[in-house]
Ligand binder design. Structure first.
Ligand SMILES: Nc1nc2c(c(=O)[nH]1)N[C@H]1C(S)=C(S)[C@@H](COP(=O)(O)O)O[C@H]1N2
Ligand SMILES: [Mo]
Length: 360
């Protein structure tokens, strides 16, 4: 077996969850700066990353529009751009903590990262094309292709594609830079969508088409995968697509089963994030959720990105196993739940789960 094929040479700091397709986890216990360095940003791919030549690249905007467009890479770079931060989190982040174990990549805490994204606002492209007033969704089409491995398997090879409610278009950036650098291959070079506040399956990489739809899209990546069972208004079961990231906080340090010296002070460090509403407060418990203490928030409150936090824990003199938990509250008073919601199957793992540490 070849060993020289794990991402690019710059991805060596990431934890391997799967080699082919490439699935690499950010070592979350190294959380430090607000922005995750590009070479530590987690990578989640369903198929082999397509290698596109930006000189031949064209982004098609078509479907329910007045003027279908094919825009080159150079033309996109010449348009007015925006730069904004967004936290991306894989909907399966934290899956390894589910008991009993579920299928899928066994992410620990690090299928989440934050970057500054530079690109063209989607609204500018939609204006150029002239959107049909009956349009309801936007389909982002990518050019990576393959056969998904998980049952039920589609009848043949499929491309990655995902639709979005047109009302959310206002926040979307068609990005070609990540933290001020050219978008790396594994993160979608030359262009990707960034959908701030949504689980990152919405942020389609290697974007080649934007199709405007007048009917909801029901493709594989939002019904079979990245969907969940619900009931419609007539009480019939239906699949709904995952969307916004619910409120969540996570402990970066200490790590699970870390040894901590008794009787000293230990700086607990983590991050909390949500979607449209910002994180208002985070609390920490060192007794498995019996008592809670407010932590110090480091970053300013804003939607779509994490707020790092810290808490100086007076570690008890008594040796033994302690369970740490963090719990976030948002600007509307919503509190992070303490149980996993089974409706979401192998996704949406945002409850307050315990980080067990050993004081000695
Ligand atoms: N074209 C394409 N876009 C994609 C994917 C993919 O496999 N193909 N994976 C999605 C998923 S599930 C996640 S979590 C994010 C990961 O983005 P990253 O690799 O830049 O961290 O990309 C999304 N966009
Ligand atoms: Mo994902």
């Amino acid at each position: 077996m070849s060993t020289a094929t794990i991402g690019s040479e710059s991805n060596i700091g990431l934890t391997i969850r799967e080699r082919d397709p490439l699935n690499l986890e950010y070592p979350f216990d190294q959380l430090d700066e607000f922005l995750t360095p590009n070479d530590l940003f987690y990578i989640r791919c369903h198929f082999k990353a397509p290698v596109l030549d930006c000189h031949d690249y064209k982004l098609s905007i078509y479907g329910a529009v007045e003027t279908p467009l094919k825009i080159s890479y150079e033309e996109l770079l010449a348009m007015p751009c925006v730069t904004k931060p967004a936290t991306l989190e894989c909907a399966g982040n934290g899956r390894i903590f589910l008991v009993p174990q579920v299928r899928g990549a066994q992410w620990q805490l690090g299928a989440v990262s934050t970057a500054q994204w530079t690109g063209v606002p989607l609204t500018a492209l939609l204006e150029k094309a002239g959107v049909d007033p009956h349009a309801c969704e936007i389909l982002f089409e990518a050019c990576d292709i393959g056969t998904p491995k998980e049952e039920p398997i589609p009848p043949g090879e499929i491309r990655y594609a995902r639709s979005l409610d047109i009302a959310k278009a206002k926040d979307v950036v068609i990005a070609y830079q990540m933290n001020g650098e050219e978008l790396p291959l594994d993160h979608g070079f030359p262009m990707r969508a960034i959908v701030p506040g949504h689980y990152a399956m919405a942020s389609v990489k290697w974007l080649t088409g934007i199709r405007i739809l007048t009917e909801p899209f029901t493709g594989y990546w939002q019904t079979s995968d990245y969907g969940y069972w619900d009931f419609d208004e007539n009480n019939n079961p239906m699949r709904r697509a995952l969307g916004p990231m619910p409120l969540k906080s996570a402990i970066a340090r200490p790590r699970t089963r870390e040894f901590i010296p008794a009787g000293e002070s230990y700086r607990v460090f983590g991050a909390a994030w949500g979607s449209e509403t910002f994180v208002e407060q985070v609390e920490l418990s060192a007794d498995d959720g019996k008592t809670w203490n407010p932590v110090t928030l480091i970053d300013e409150a804003q939607p779509f990105v994490w707020r790092r936090w810290k808490f100086d824990w007076k570690v008890p003199a008594e040796k033994g196993t302690y369970i740490l938990k963090s719990r976030a509250t948002d600007g509307q008073g919503n509190v992070q739940p303490d149980h996993y919601d089974k409706r979401f199957g192998t996704y949406v793992i945002h409850h307050t789960f315990g980080i067990e540490v050993i004081v000695r």
